[in-house]
Design a protein around this ligand. Sequence first.
Ligand SMILES: Cc1cc2nc3c(=O)[nH]c(=O)nc-3n(C[C@H](O)[C@H](O)[C@H](O)COP(=O)(O)O)c2cc1C
Length: 279
Amino acid sequence: MKSLEAIAVRVSTRTFDNRPLSQGEIEELKSLLDLAAASSGPFGHKIKLGLSLGSGEGKPARMGTYGLISGAQAFAAAAVAPGPGSMEDLGWILEGFVLGITALGWASCWIGGLFSRGAAAGVAGAAGGDLVPAVVALGRTAPRRSLADRIVGGAARARTRKPLKEIAFSMEAALPGPWLPVLEAVRIAPSASNKQPWRLVWHPETAVWTLFLDEDRAYNHALGAVRIQNIDLGIAMRHFALAASELGLPGAWREPETSFQTVLDFGSARGWKSAAFWK
Ligand SMILES: Cc1cc2nc3c(=O)[nH]c(=O)nc-3n(C[C@H](O)[C@H](O)[C@H](O)COP(=O)(O)O)c2cc1C
């Protein structure tokens, strides 16, 4: 399965079938997690990743998710040293892992809200001072979703997304045609509470995309030094880059520049923060 297909089929799964994993399945998860841990994000950070498995005897993996997740065979836990771009890089790297396992038929759910950060820190091998922003529940899908799953899925309006015109803009009238599938890959990305805080603005003369954060300030500052919506940005950046590369469109993410004042003004007039640009 290619990236665009994995992006299209990925959904948050909160009810797993609890079937014990084979050694081969465990090795598959571990090797993809090791690959992710060896990579770095566009802002240059690496993250620490660890895997917590169930007992293999009908006892699911545990991460203090209080009934939200049932029957998960494993959790991936992530830790990162704080610093500019660290949340984005965590989103980028962990979403790369999520899409990789999605392509192999695994189900998953990002969890940045309620989980045991102490347990996750241990699993990830976090050092003192590291942040433990999120875990990902992993496993095989159960045939029927649990009640908790249906309620949370409903509350976050799972799979409903803003129309493209609310997340992507052009300094000219129309969005550039070849980029529409890339924008769609961002539009269907997962985000915390499905808030979809990413905004993209196209500058036709220079063929540069600028990425902004339309932050929900209270929400994004509710978890101490963890900025959950900056993780969303990193996830969106990964979807964008994978889609562009698969479609043969050029460019890479770079740190924001100040030369496109019209674009920056467009964003700041709407209260957005510039995060990165693609050229
Ligand atoms: C950074 C991040 C944190 C999330 N935290 C939670 C969480 O704590 N609990 C939960 O049930 N879902 C969580 N989600 C899943 C989102 O609610 C879900 O991605 C969104 O509603 C879109 O649905 P979909 O993933 O099925 O497309 C999180 C997603 C992201 C990206």
